[in-house]
Design a protein around this ligand. Sequence first.
Ligand SMILES: [Zn+2]
Length: 72
Amino acid sequence: MTTPIPLPPFEPYTYYQVTARDITPECVNYKNEFTLPSFYSNAGWGTAECGMCGKSMEILTSQILDPQPGEE
Ligand SMILES: [Zn+2]
């Protein structure tokens, strides 16, 4: 059962740096915040998964990477 999480608007196929917070009460990371330095938005819908519980985390902030990784 996955609960939809409201996300900041993402441009599709774009890398962002985001901060995310674990929202799974059973998880040891619950309420901990993480910075993801290269978060990829796919088709405008990205999820940040917790490395411990594998559940989606709540995305708190997003900042587009400039330049984008891989661009010359
Ligand atoms: Zn977790």
